[in-house]
Design a protein around this ligand. Structure first.
Ligand code: NAG
Ligand code: NAG
Ligand code: NAG
Ligand code: ZN
Length: 480
């Protein structure tokens, strides 16, 4: 196995890592931020995260890990000031620019004028941060649309909350292709950028309080990103969403209330997608064609519903069970991962970038002060100093498509077929017998997630590391 352990916490699938307190190594700390000891927090009050998600009830010692990066920002917040908790005391920039109704981005051909964000009425949407009811006329319409799409939704039972340990049978059911348990992917999943040394930059769970600080840094360094936004946060910060979009960042769906989608019914999943698409369209005038599953929690049922609703899934790069391109930055606020561990995770990711034949996608967040502080102070400055120079761009552009192809209304239909439509025949089936989608199989290094067949397999990290992969190239009858 070429790729070794990334660290206990980072190795766990996101859904599990977030649901279990204390994923960080439990040895004693050599450095404990003074402000952290003895304080306490739960995730219940954190926008974008469901109540009841357990985090450490008090911050205790986390080991300080050694790290080294090629560069940091001279104005970075010192690491000793990046401490656990839902901090809101650091200087915020605030939404700097607001746009009059009717403004449209000039760099996206055919972009419709943006609506007036100030007219957005939360009363017209479901309650924030809860799975929306499924009996509303809107959701009923979207359910009908999914039925009319021609995409067959596999008849898979929802998973129980608690990830792989709570679902031993589903975790090993390879036909379900559940990414959370084993990293199974289908051809339609975007997990890398095709070109080596290209980083499809992404941030999840915003827009939020410190998003403007991130936007300012990105702007100063002429970087464009992909933003996976939570619908409930769009209600909270509509002007900020417009600012992101106008600044040239790609906006994508990240559900309404940030649940583990495989635990929901089909109708609940449709409601999560539908309201997120709607609120983005209501604020920007465009509808995203890409989405990311919270916690990476996707299986064939969730894939099919996303497809039927006109969206392609973007996850993040995973070379092996122990080398996942997840900075684990979101666990700092809850106190389960140390700041230095996140920097070491980033160091490992950058170390692995040279070894693979594709580009890459990393999981990072703009929800918390700490995640933004690390991005602007450490992670992005290190990436900008990386040699050879990285090509950093939004995911849609790393796929060699123009920004206009990120949205339904502006998509160039002559060069880029829309990801779904009623013209697609119902060919979705839930996996083939003997399919080698390697869920949870750690035998002999054969557990690396694998694209199925076709051109994409040539770009597979598994082939890149020279493991015999022919046996895994079994088609999984997903013809979308
Ligand atoms: C690649 O990542 C693994 C952890 O996932 C790490 O142990 C290893 O050192 C990295 N490789 C390099 C060359 O940095
Ligand atoms: C592409 O097709 C979609 C769906 O029919 C349509 O809404 C959109 O306007 C088209 N794109 C362009 C640039 O005309
Ligand atoms: C795991 O993979 C190995 C090697 O490819 C194979 O021999 C074995 O049967 C697989 N086990 C399971 C449970 O799929
Ligand atoms: Zn998220």
């Amino acid at each position: 196995m070429k790729f070794a352990v990334l660290g206990a916490a980072a190795a766990l699938p996101a859904a599990v890592a977030y649901n279990l307190p204390r994923q960080g190594p439990a040895s004693s700390a050599s450095s404990v931020p003074a402000a952290a000891s003895g304080s306490s927090s739960t995730a219940a009050g954190v926008p974008g995260y469901p109540a009841g998600v357990s985090v450490a009830s008090s911050f205790s010692a986390l080991p300080s890990v050694s790290w080294s990066l090629p560069s940091t920002n001279p104005t970075a917040l010192p690491l000793s000031d990046i401490v656990p908790g839902t901090i809101t005391t650091q200087p915020q920039i605030g939404a700097t620019t607001t746009f009059p109704a009717g403004t449209a981005p000039t760099d996206i051909p055919n972009a419709p004028p943006m609506p007036n964000w100030a007219l957005l009425s939360p009363a017209n949407y479901p309650p924030l941060d809860k799975p929306p009811p499924t009996d509303s006329p809107e959701v009923q319409q979207w359910i009908q649309d999914v039925q009319n799409s021609g995409i067959q939704i596999p008849n898979l039972e929802p998973t129980q909350p608690g990830g792989c340990p709570a679902n031993p049978q589903f975790a090993t059911d390879q036909s379900r292709c559940w990414w959370t348990c084993g990293g199974c992917v289908r051809d339609t999943d975007i997990t890398t950028c095709p070109d080596k040394f290209t980083w499809g930059l992404t941030y999840d769970d915003g827009p939020a309080l410190y998003t403007p600080n991130l936007l300012e840094y990105l702007d100063q360094n002429n970087l464009k990103s992909t933003m996976f936004v939570v619908g409930s946060r769009v209600i909270s910060y509509p002007a900020l969403l417009q600012e992101e979009y106008m600044a040239g960042h790609q906006i994508c769906v990240h559900t309404w209330s940030h649940p583990s989608l495989t635990t929901l019914t089909n109708e609940e999943i449709i409601a999560e997608f539908g309201w997120s698409k709607k609120v983005i369209k209501d604020v920007l005038g465009v509808t995203p064609l890409y989405w990311r599953p919270p916690y990476g929690d996707i299986d064939d049922r969730v894939r099919a519903i996303g497809q039927a609703m006109g969206m392609e899934p973007v996850i993040w790069t995973r070379l092996s069970p122990l080398a996942t391109f997840d900075t684990n930055d979101y666990n700092i606020a809850g106190g389960t991962v140390s700041v230095t561990q996140v920097l070491q995770n980033w160091q490992d990711i950058m170390g692995n970038v040279s070894s693979i034949n594709t580009g890459f996608i990393v999981l990072e967040h703009d929800l918390f002060a700490q995640t933004v502080d690390l991005a602007t102070g450490y992670i992005l400055p290190a990436a900008l100093a990386f040699q050879p120079k990285l090509d950093i761009k939004p995911v849609v552009e790393c796929l060699n498509k123009p920004m206009q192809d990120a949205y339904l209304e502006t998509n160039d239909n002559s060069t880029n077929p829309l990801p779904t439509g009623s013209n697609i025949s119902p060919t979705f089936t839930s996996g083939a017998p003997g399919s080698a989608q390697a869920s949870g199989n750690t035998t002999g290094g054969a557990s690396t997630p694998q694209k199925t067949g076709g051109a994409s397999s040539a770009a597979s990290p598994l082939l890149a590391v020279g493991t015999a992969a022919a046996a895994l190239l079994v088609a999984c009858s997903v013809l979308l």
